[in-house]
Design a protein around this ligand. Structure first.
Ligand code: HEM
Length: 415
């Protein structure tokens, strides 16, 4: 079997499942060489990936958390940006940031997400009038973008351009464009932070501007530095924008391709949505892999790993592991339990998982309430990335339930 996980066409053509099925069965600790570059280890089984996620001492995040990251760029933010930090800084920073996404913040998020989804779906109903084709990715990406921008207190006039810049920072083909986009986001947050330090409000940036973190010395705290705030705002903006939309769009495509599951979801109604959301997350896997660096000699099974070795954890493969999931290649909205690893696991488990689940649940609840069905109106296009992966375009026609019938849930006309 030819294995090249750096070949982005593998992801652009959605052709990677057979590669991971082969790895899980035949070579679970696979050595992946890179011509002229640094090789890396590939873990494909659920149990091995979960074990590495849970051992941050031996498998470090501070040297980067994805293949293809620029070592100089990582060094510039390491131990200050959550996702590329190890304890003790990671512990202290996460304690502060996690407060803003805690369970007691969910009523605020529920109101915000409810309003945003209402607006976005009302706009979708207008745009798909008379059978017009819409790109569902535009609908899917508006939800997390508006939510995260409102939560951060960004000016409304900037929301669309901020969403566009974040996408460019991750998806632009030209590296210079990606770098310029990242710089633009850092400048935006530097400017916002300056304003919030003078005039704090109730938004996320103000919360960080007035927060303090532990220093490691018992009882000693200090304010977050500007860099800690700006880097982590960037992390939250990117995490918020570049992932949930892939699950939303990929979830709709899965429902189109599996009409019986759409029928079951509509029949089950809102009560079934949380279970369906977990299956959508298992199926779509926007964070396709994560990376760790070995801090001291260790073994996985009988394979020795050396200090400095890079280990990649393929969430996308863990989620199809036949030893964990029954019929893993089937999309089932009733699947339970569902121990997917789409949010990672352990200390770096996704900060925004609760919010992402809420956004997806409110969106799919809105979809079953407002639409009788949908059809594909063109070929889906996938992002050509082995890191943040999902649909770049999904042309569809939507069939709204006529006003006045919105509360009735008739049998679906089609998938
Ligand atoms: C479907 C949606 C999402 C998926 C699939 C996802 C996936 C992930 C994964 C796999 C990680 C762990 C990375 C690692 O272990 O190295 C992670 C971490 C993170 N995510 Fe998400 N994410 C989603 C939504 C969000 C949202 C909505 C936000 C914020 C608003 C967010 C912010 C973050 C942050 C800040 C981290 C770093 C946490 C840490 O290092 O402790 N994510 N996410």
């Amino acid at each position: 079997m030819r294995i090249d996980l750096t070949d982005e066409t593998l992801f652009a053509t959605n052709a990677f499942e057979p590669v991971f099925a082969w790895l899980r069965a035949n070579d679970p600790v696979h050595r992946h060489e890179v011509p002229g570059g640094d090789g890396f280890w590939v873990l494909s089984r659920h149990a091995d990936i979960a074990a590495v996620y849970s051992n941050a001492e031996v498998f470090s995040s501070r040297f980067g958390m994805n293949l293809g990251s620029d070592p100089a760029a990582v060094a510039a933010v390491s131990q200050r940006m959550l996702i590329v930090s190890d304890p003790p800084d990671h512990t202290q920073l996460k304690r502060v940031l996690a407060r803003s996404f805690a369970a007691d913040r969910m009523p605020m998020f529920e109101a915000l997400v409810g309003d945003v989804v209402n607006d976005v779906l009302a706009e979708a109903v207008d745009r798909c009038a008379d059978g017009a084709t819409v790109d569902f990715v535009d609908i899917a990406k508006a939800v997390p973008n508006r939510v995260v921008c409102a939560f951060m207190g960004l000016d409304r006039v900037d929301w669309a351009s901020v969403g566009h810049t974040v996408t460019e920072a991750f998806e632009a083909e030209d590296e210079a464009v990606r770098t310029a986009a990242h710089a633009e986001i850092f400048l935006l947050f530097a400017d916002m932070l300056g304003r919030r330090r003078k005039n704090p409000g109730t938004d996320f940036i103000s919360e960080l501007a007035t927060a303090s973190r532990g220093t490691g010395a018992p009882g000693r705290h200090r304010p977050l530095t500007d860099e800690e705030i700006i880097f982590n705002c960037n992390g939250v903006l990117a995490g918020g924008n570049e992932t949930t939309r892939y699950s939303a769009a990929g979830g709709l495509l899965a429902l189109i391709q599996n009409p019986a599951q759409w029928a079951q979801l509509r029949a089950g109604g809102p009560a079934l949505v949380p279970t369906a959301v977990e299956e959508i997350l298992r199926w779509t896997v926007p964070g396709i892999h994560a990376l760790r660096t070995v801090t001291r000699p260790t073994r996985i099974h009988d394979v020795p790993l050396d200090t400095g070795d890079r280990v990649t954890l393929w969430n996308v493969s863990a989620n199809r592991d036949e030893s964990v999931f029954t019929d893993p290649d089937e999309f089932r909205v009733t699947r339970s339990p569902n121990r997917h690893l789409s949010f990672g696991q352990g200390r770096h488990q996704c900060l925004g998982a609760r919010l992402a689940r809420l956004e997806l649940a409110v969106l799919f609840r809105g979809i079953i309430e407002r639409f009788a069905g949908f059809d594909q109106a063109g070929d889906p296009v996938w992002n050509s990335s082995n890191f943040t992966w999902g649909l770049r375009s999904l042309p569809v026609t939507l069939t709204p339930i006529p006003a006045g019938h919105l509360s009735s849930r008739k049998a679906p006309s089609h998938g």
